[in-house]
Design a protein around this ligand. Structure first.
Ligand code: MSP
Length: 514
């Protein structure tokens, strides 16, 4: 089974993806890149969620068709993800004809199996969230809060999915599968929500109100509710019921991680999605895993276009550089918890752990090799002090595996930082500049210099998923290949003669903005 990572299909109303969306894509990208480094063939899917009322309204405002609107925005997303180094394998856009066909096949199957029915309903409807509201959603004063946007009273005939029929199945599934959601406190929240399932899910919208969606194959007066359509992208683009797909669905599914934010766990991914899969015929052991990350705030406040508390990701890349931005987002957020974006913390992390950390170690090491071995560094056997340093590093690599396998990227990076620190301490205690003055210590000095290079090889390999470009630059200055991250780690044989490349700073210092 290939590791299969999914990051959400981004919403079209997010004309400019902000740091929160960016974080999620980088998170999924780092997990995918880590798996590739471990020698596994990965399938990484992400894309855009194109249908729905919000898109229709936004397009109307601009006086263009919804397709023209979404096409233009897709380009913007693709450009930004490319700039951020997001290494997705397949781009899922929910207007793709293959996806539409899969959605329609699934709906037909569900109808045949008795999971869908038509009924009339009247109630309050949130245009922003595209759903009917119940008393549960009312604030204490009886009104619907600002998160629901414009709320209107509607009476409509619609198609319903028998969500309530899945209630007891979902409750017992969550009981028997405690690792369905990570972190575990989110699974507790989900269990509470599942116990409250009450009523069925409206899965259609009349075309008279919303035409921008996938038509119901058995009732052309209706289009599919946007969430029902969008969630299916996770399987349609992985080849499910999709003859035209090049991917073999059974080699991918169930996916390793659906990387999602906490706001879309309940009800979409935690309730609708497993119930939909269950109704379609997926077995309990075929349910995916949900990796739920926290939210970023900016200066302690919610990131929001409407209040202007947002900053441009393109500008952030220009200002800090891609490595600093990716590193900070991965290093400062504890998986599953909220985090606050602060330029000061970004600069501190970057300077302490990249510029003065691995960057300085690289300069120092290459500098010493050029100085003490201008004629080339010859291979020698490592002394005990060197082997034991490297052994300690390799233990840390195993800890890195454990953290990264558990999606604890901030802790995974900690092991890289520790390797650099141990190596710097090693340099300071061994003092190669003193050994260089002892004529009977030639071999010992060579062994120490080789050990520095090997330490850098190890640390830079661990950095690669988070900072692929900067990592590649380190390897080009080192003149080495990355370490192969297999279960049994083997340090490759050192070249018979090694000439140090020129050290140029990879992580230049950044000035603090006043
Ligand atoms: N279109 C839906 C997803 C459909 S998946 C079948 C959607 N899109 S979104 O653009 O609104 O959000 C995309 C992702 O970004 C979600 O996982 C959401 O949780 C995440 N984030 C939005 N704001 C965020 C922060 N401030 N911080 C971290 N992640 C955030 O939901």
């Amino acid at each position: 089974m290939k590791p299969y990572f999914i990051s959400t299909a981004i919403d079209y109303t997010n004309a400019i993806p902000h740091i929160g969306h960016t974080y999620e894509k980088i998170l999924a990208d780092v997990l995918a890149r880590y798996q590739r480094l471990r020698g596994r063939e990965v399938f990484f899917l992400t894309g855009v969620d194109q249908h729905g009322q919000k898109v229709q309204q936004a397009a109307e405002k601009q006086g263009i068709s919804p397709q023209a609107f979404t096409d233009a925005l897709s380009e913007e997303f693709i450009t930004l993800w490319k700039k951020l180094g997001i290494s997705y394998d397949v781009w899922a856009s929910t207007t793709h004809p293959c996806h539409k066909r899969v959605v329609q096949k699934i709906l037909t199957n569900l109808l045949e199996k008795g999971w869908l029915y038509k009924a009339s309903y009247q109630g309050y409807y949130s245009v922003r969230q595209e759903q009917f509201l119940t008393d549960k959603e009312r604030s204490e004063d009886g009104t619907f809060g600002p998160e629901w946007g414009e709320v209107v009273f509607l009476e409509e005939e619609n198609w319903y999915f028998r969500l309530s029929k899945c209630r007891s199945w979902l409750i017992s599934f969550l009981e028997t599968h405690p690792h369905f959601v990570t972190p575990s406190f989110r699974q507790v929240e989900l269990k509470n929500a599942a116990a409250k399932i009450n009523g069925d899910l409206c899965i259609s919208r009349p075309k008279s109100r919303l035409s921008w969606g996938i038509e119901l194959p058995f009732d052309p007066e209706f289009v599919v509710y946007v969430w029902f359509d969008a969630l299916i992208n996770y399987i349609s683009f992985a080849g499910y019921l999709n003859d035209e797909s090049k991917t073999n669905f059974s080699s991918l599914w169930p996916c390793n991680d659906h990387v999602i934010g906490k706001d879309i766990l309940i009800p979409a991914h935690g309730i609708y999605w497993p119930c939909m899969l269950h109704a379609i015929g997926f077995l309990d052991e075929q349910m995916p895993h949900l990796l739920v990350h926290g939210f970023w705030t900016l200066n302690g406040e919610k990131i929001s276009k409407s209040t202007g508390n947002v900053f441009d990701v393109h500008q952030a890349i220009e200002r800090f550089g891609l490595a600093a931005l990716r590193y900070y987002l991965m290093r400062d957020a504890v998986m599953g918890r909220d985090a606050d974006f602060s330029e000061e913390r970004l600069l501190n992390r970057y300077h302490a752990e990249l510029s003065n950390g691995i960057g300085n170690l690289l300069n120092r090491s290459l500098g010493m090799i050029s100085r003490y071995r201008p004629e080339g560094l010859c291979r020698v056997s490592l002394t005990q002090e060197c082997s034991s340093l490297l052994e300690g590093h390799l233990n840390l690599v195993h800890r890195y595996y454990k953290e990264m396998d558990g999606s604890q990227i901030h802790d995974g990076l900690e092991t890289m930082v520790e390797i650099v620190t141990r190596t710097n301490v090693f340099i300071d205690t061994k003092a190669p500049w003193k050994i260089a003055k002892e004529s009977d210590q030639e071999n010992r000095l060579s062994a120490i210099l080789i050990t520095l290079l090997e330490s850098l090889r190890i640390a830079a390999t661990l950095l690669l998923p988070v900072a692929p470009d900067a990592g590649a630059k380190i390897f080009s200055q080192l003149g080495f290949d990355p370490l192969v991250l297999s279960d049994e780690i083997v340090i490759p044989e050192f070249p018979e003669k090694y000439y140090a490349g020129k050290a140029t700073p990879i992580f230049p210092r950044l000035l603090e903005e006043k």
